[in-house]
Design a protein around this ligand. Structure first.
Ligand code: RIB
Length: 293
């Protein structure tokens, strides 16, 4: 049994950093260029693995050199990649990322991730049924995500749904997931009420991340604010993925929700102190050291 099954995207990130974002139509000189392994699904899987989670990944790469790079990277991080397919005549997912002004801009080319449909998932239903928790995002087709959530709901498998990158969707799916982890912008796109009102309607289910302010949820009695320690921001790419992978790991280890959130928040905080998504994610030792400091 894999404790965690991550079903989602695998990308290669082409990252340029500069002092500021270019204006529309403008060319500027940047500071650095790096090729990193990314994709929200793969990032969440690596975050979980680095923290000691036993992870199986269901997804797809193309038959190009980026696919080989991404697959080897997941293997090196200890994820079980036996449910990742290499699709012929297909590009691996790519992300063009600009890092500047303590923030980022990302353009995604979906590639193989787009081909993960219900038929693709069929051979892996037993893997899903045996998971302690299944982690999903919105970088594979929404229809597939909903299909998996229905299946997990029916078989009483815990799920974490991270609605990123945000696209409008039928909110009734929130009732079927165990944990729903939007950021503040995603909450604002989905609901007319304040986030405090929204969280109180979904106690211990919706966990909202709010950048440097940490995370919030409602425990049924009151709003709980998970406050981060101050960190020097270098690159926020993948902070949400670090948080989700960490949360899944700690929940799969039967940690109580608030403790799991505290630790996931620390992991996300550490991850923004270095460039890159996966390369910046901490190990369990680093999280524990930071927590005690
Ligand atoms: O969340 C960060 C990720 O978003 C990047 O790694 C990029 O691949 C995009 O999917």
């Amino acid at each position: 049994m894999s404790d965690l099954v991550v079903i989602g995207s695998i990308n290669v990130d082409l990252v340029v950093s500069s002092d500021r974002f270019p204006k529309k139509g403008e060319t500027i000189i940047g500071n650095s260029f790096n090729v990193f392994c990314g994709g929200k699904g793969a990032n969440q899987a690596v975050s979980a693995s680095k923290l000691g989670g036993r992870v199986k990944f269901i997804g797809a790469v193309g038959d190009d050199s980026y696919g080989t790079l991404a697959l080897n990277n997941l293997k090196q991080h200890g994820a079980d990649t036996s449910s990742i397919q290499i699709l012929e005549n297909t590009n691996t997912g790519l992300a063009g990322i600009t890092v500047a002004e303590n923030d980022n801009q990302i353009i995604i080319i979906k590639g193989a991730n787009e081909k993960i449909d219900e038929a693709f998932i069929q051979p892996y239903l037993d893997v899903i049924k045996n998971a302690k928790i299944v982690v999903l995002q919105f970088e594979i087709p929404l229809k597939t995500v909903f299909y998996i959530i229905d299946y997990c709901f029916e078989h009483k498998i815990k799920t974490i749904l991270n609605p990123a990158p945000f696209v409008p969707f039928d909110k009734s799916i929130i009732d079927k997931v165990t944990y729903f982890t939007p950021n503040e912008t995603e909450i604002a796109s989905m609901f007319d009420e304040s986030y405090e009102e929204v969280l109180s309607k979904y106690p211990s289910k919706i966990i909202m991340t709010k950048g440097s302010e940490g995370a919030y949820m409602h425990d049924g009695n009151e709003l709980v604010h998970i406050i981060p320690k101050k960190v020097n921001v270098v690159d926020t790419t993948g902070a949400g993925d670090t948080f989700n992978g960490a949360l899944a790991t700690f929940i799969s280890q039967e940690m109580n929700l608030v403790d799991a959130l505290e630790k996931a928040n620390i992991a996300a905080g550490i991850s923004i102190g270095k460039i890159g998504a996966q390369s910046a994610m901490p190990t369990l030792e680093e999280v524990n050291e930071y927590e005690e400091a």
